[in-house]
Design a protein around this ligand. Structure first.
Ligand code: BES
Ligand code: ZN
Ligand code: ZN
Length: 484
């Protein structure tokens, strides 16, 4: 449900709760907050939110940490902690702004709104017994006289946070509910919301007919056949007629590992192996909702990686759509296979600048944890643009090296390449080198979001529940804005 965002002076707002960001050192406080600062009950730490019931109203003091270090992440976190603190209240939340903080007011308000909406997200949609399910604010009021700049900033923030939450919903859906076919249904429904966005889905027969032997093979072990989901956004007046942003998302709706089956422990988290596709889907949806004048195509390579009588096997040699042959070493390295054909398809659809998002390697999660995604690019300008978009949006990326000398890790005695190495070394880099074989001509970047895509636990910032994060939605919107 869409939250309403208003801008109005606090005294003209009938709010269920008012929240005030508080930075350290604590100064300029009055009333009860000043008293609590003296007793040490109010500290202003990042991640702290103190709920007071005063004169029949509610006041939340949301900590930001050290004033000089306050940035948008601190404000998003304050927003999220406040939303959690008020999860028994819902209703209208009024945010007060602080002119003395080192973040300009529009960005301040935007980050508070974004954090409040992300922090109000609950993954417990499938609970039936909860008498008091958590409530998110239905209305957020920014306590200010208002300006066009402020209005634009908070509207954009709310839109992106809501789209991010929709991507989280997809990633959190159980794999008995979300499979390649139902994912295609979500894409069609999204396209129905936007005038210039269209969606189609290629089924197994079309996938085979186009020669996409890698995607077809990964999907073959499952009773839920694969789909190549394609969305196109054609704005009426693109800034450039030539530039087409190509977005490619790994959309493995469940990754058992296939015949190279994964250990049982924690396998349920592999429902999140379509998080790249979820970010891609709602990323292009956000571009359409914002009406950005950038042509874009999104390609979701959707399959369920299962063992089965018809499953592909180690030793198989597949032919991808670009004609290259791949010897299978490990059926659990399925992401690069489905992406190989999806990257080819994105170029075929005219993508000039490509970005793929994938929960590709466990090693990337080991390397960077749950905060940064690792990132590879074949073009310096494209890389710098994406790193900048990541920093601005909060979907962080950190560059890793692409180097042709990693190619020898995937040399095969039998085929053009193999899908994995027997060495336990450099798995994210060799996966990227593999993808490069299919990325075609022109700028291409690969984001390995195995860490930040799907969380086992709170990250302690504005992602405070396990499950999907909607990683990629904000990154894609910011990247497209930079091209507009
Ligand atoms: N989906 C996994 C990667 C993954 C692991 C994502 C943990 C998120 C959290 C991927 O398909 C996979 O299994 N990769 C293998 C590749 C290996 C067999 C070459 C890996 O990284 O172990
Ligand atoms: Zn796998
Ligand atoms: Zn996978």
């Amino acid at each position: 449900m869409a939250v309403t965002i208003d801008i109005a002076l606090p005294e003209q707002t009938d709010a269920d709760a008012t929240a005030v960001p508080v930075a350290q050192p604590l100064e300029g406080l009055d009333g009860r907050l000043a008293e609590l600062a003296v007793t040490g009950e109010l500290r202003g730490e990042r991640g702290e939110a103190l709920l007071l019931h005063l004169d029949g109203g509610r006041l939340v003091a949301a900590g930001l940490g050290k004033r000089d270090a306050v940035d948008e992440d601190a404000l998003r976190t304050a927003g999220a902690v406040t939303a959690q603190t008020l999860s028994r209240v819902g209703g209208t939340l009024c945010w007060l702004l602080d002119e003395s903080l080192p973040v300009p007011l529009p960005e301040q308000a935007a980050a508070l709104v974004e954090g409040t909406i992300l922090g109000g997200y609950t993954p417990g949609r499938w609970k039936t017994q909860d008498e008091h399910p958590p409530l998110a604010p239905e209305r957020i009021v920014i306590g200010h006289a208002g300006s066009p700049e402020l209005r634009a900033a908070v509207d954009r923030a709310a839109l992106l946070a809501e789209r991010t939450n929709r991507a989280r919903d997809l990633a959190n859906m159980p794999p008995n509910e979300l499979n390649p076919e139902t994912l295609a249904g979500h894409a069609a429904a999204l396209a129905g919301e936007h005038e210039h966005l269209t969606a189609e889905a290629l089924g197994p027969a079309e996938i085979e007919a186009l020669g996409m032997g890698a995607l077809a093979a990964v999907g073959r072990g499952s009773a839920n056949p694969p789909r190549l989901v394609v969305l196109r956004y054609e704005p009426p007046q693109p800034t450039s007629a030539e530039l087409v942003l190509g977005l490619v998302g790994k959309s493995i709706t469940f990754d058992t590992g296939g015949i190279s089956i994964k250990p049982a422990g924690g396998m349920e988290a592999m429902k999140g192996d379509m998080a790249g596709g979820a970010g891609t889907l709602h990323g292009i949806g956000a571009i359409a909702a914002l009406g950005l004048p950038v042509r874009a195509v999104a390609v979701l390579a959707a399959a369920e990686n299962m063992p089965g009588g018809d499953a592909f096997r180690p030793g198989d040699i597949l032919r991808a759509a670009n004609g290259k042959t791949i010897e299978i070493i490990n059926t659990d390295a399925e992401g690069r296979l489905v992406l190989a054909d999806a990257l080819w398809y994105a170029r075929r659809e005219g993508a000039t600048h490509v970005l793929d998002l994938a929960t590709l390697t466990g090693a990337m999660e080991l390397a960077l944890g749950d905060l940064y995604a690792g990132f590879f690019a074949n073009d310096d300008a494209w890389r710098d643009r994406i790193v900048a978009a990541g920093a601005r949006s909060g979907d962080l990326v950190w560059p890793f090296p692409l180097h042709p000398r990693y190619r020898r890790y995937i040399d095969s005695a039998f085929a053009d390449m193999k899908n994995g190495s027997t060495l336990r070394q450099g798995s994210p880099a060799l996966a990227a080198e593999f993808l490069r074989e299919f990325a075609g001509e022109g700028p291409w970047a690969h984001v390995d979001m195995a860490g930040p895509g799907f969380l086992d636990r709170s990250r302690g910032d504005y992602y405070r529940v396990p499950g999907g994060t909607g990683y990629g939605v904000r990154l894609i919107a910011e990247l497209a804005s930079s091209l507009a």
